[in-house]
Design a protein around this ligand. Structure first.
Ligand code: 4NP
Length: 161
């Protein structure tokens, strides 16, 4: 007998502008999911607490670092909306400002919200905003998000059974 279909698990990565950190996190996680049959039930998206960049592609430096690591798919920016609290199971914020901004939105669900670094053993602090930084800052964030998304995989694999 085949096993019953697994419940979808939806994961939303959130930063301020949704053009640097959270799209990088989304593309990294989506790339890992696409290589793992045991993560077929997982969907990933990203959003910004701010809407200034809605509709735009990720920042050129985010795309550059993703492409340098063999990742060529990304989505366009959108602003977080209150309905996301219901639509997603895991909402992962890049820094404490994102956490505070999210908690001020209608229908906020503290139980679904985590700080990205909290997925790492002993992890704390932000995934720092690289917008006014160098390409080296984007590369550092890629490594940080690579570790964070790796740490999420076993939890996502178990979830939805
Ligand atoms: P992100 O970076 O939150 O990682 O996408 C930023 C992008 C744009 C702005 C700030 C941060 N901005 O002020 O436009």
């Amino acid at each position: 007998m085949s096993s019953p279909p697994r419940r979808r698990v939806r994961c939303l990565m959130v930063c301020l502008g949704n053009i640097c950190r959270s799209p990088m996190a989304e593309s990294l996680l989506a790339s890992k999911i696409s290589q793992r049959p045991d993560l077929e039930h997982v969907e990933v998206d990203s959003a910004g607490t701010g809407g200034w960049h809605a509709g735009e592609e990720p920042d050129r430096r985010t795309r550059q670092v993703l492409e340098a690591n063999g990742i060529t798919r990304w989505s366009r920016a959108r602003q977080f909306q209150p309905g996301d609290w219901e639509a997603f199971d895991f909402i992962v914020a890049m820094d404490e400002d994102n956490v505070a901004d999210l908690l001020r939105t209608r229908g906020a669900r503290r139980d679904k919200l985590s700080l990205a670094t909290s997925w790492l053993r002993g992890g704390e602090g932000p995934v720092p905003d690289p917008y006014y930084g160098s390409i080296g800052d984007f590369e550092a964030i890629f490594r940080q998000l690579d570790d964070i998304t790796d740490a999420m995989l076993p939890v996502l694999a178990k979830h939805g059974r």
